[in-house]
Design a protein. Structure first.
Length: 230
């Protein structure tokens, strides 16, 4: 979304989108979050609960992490000499460099980096913003912000599931353009499901989705640029 055909960042588009997103979030917090939340909440079903487990950031990182190690192991054992060197020169730095060199072009590595970046950003922002989750609104008719809180109940904005799903699925769409209609559809459904189950406000998932898209584009631009320099 924020990349040119040759994987360059569209900074102007990011700037305009960020300003538009900020205005949308303010409007949501002040006005449309509540009616939209109540409408989407009626769409809740058991399927959305499973989405919460399947598309959790930890699952993204676990699966892609395992794939990366499998790729590395296969490339390492492919050459007997590499195995001997690995045993003889057991140095953390050299192993790390070798690991990156052998896995950095894999789809799993791209997706892992994208989701990891989005997850770090959302964890920090959740604590800084400290928005109360909709559970308080439904149970106590209470809303508000409690900054610098690490408690789950006050970590509603941005949505970690939306950020991780958009980071991973948008990246997959960038790597395999034919899958874009599917990846974008699934990412949007995951984001909506977080509102339907009552875990987030609409602007929480919008914010998370924006973070995920930005992270996917930045990781793609950086890794492709680094790859060309090599």
């Amino acid at each position: 979304m924020f990349l040119t055909s040759d994987n360059k960042i569209k900074w102007n588009l990011i700037g305009f989108s960020a300003m538009g997103g900020m205005l949308t979030i303010i409007a949501g917090v002040c006005w449309f979050d509540y009616p939209v939340f109540l409408f989407v909440r009626n769409l809740n079903c058991i399927l959305w609960e499973y989405f919460g487990y399947i598309f959790d950031a930890k699952i993204w990182l676990l699966i892609t992490g395992i794939l990366i190690f499998v790729i590395y192991a296969k490339k390492t054992v492919k050459s007997f000499n590499n195995v001997l060197n690995f045993v003889k020169e057991f140095k953390i730095k050299s192993i790390f460099i070798d690991f990156i060199e052998k896995t950095k072009r894999s789809y799993a590595f791209f997706i892992f980096c994208s989701v990891f970046m989005a997850s770090i950003i959302t964890v920090v922002l959740k604590a800084v913003i400290g928005r109360a989750r909709p559970v308080f609104f439904e149970a106590l008719d209470m809303i508000g912000f409690y900054p610098m809180s690490t408690e789950w109940a006050y970590n509603s904005m941005p949505s970690g599931h939306a950020a991780a799903s958009f980071a991973g699925l948008v990246m997959l769409g960038l790597l395999v353009p034919k899958l874009k209609p599917v990846t974008w559809t699934v990412a949007i459904v995951v984001a909506v499901s977080r509102v339907a189950v009552g875990a987030h406000w609409p602007t929480d998932v919008l914010f998370g989705a924006f973070i995920g898209m930005i992270c996917a584009d930045f990781v793609m631009a950086y890794l492709k640029h680094f790859e060309h320099k090599k």
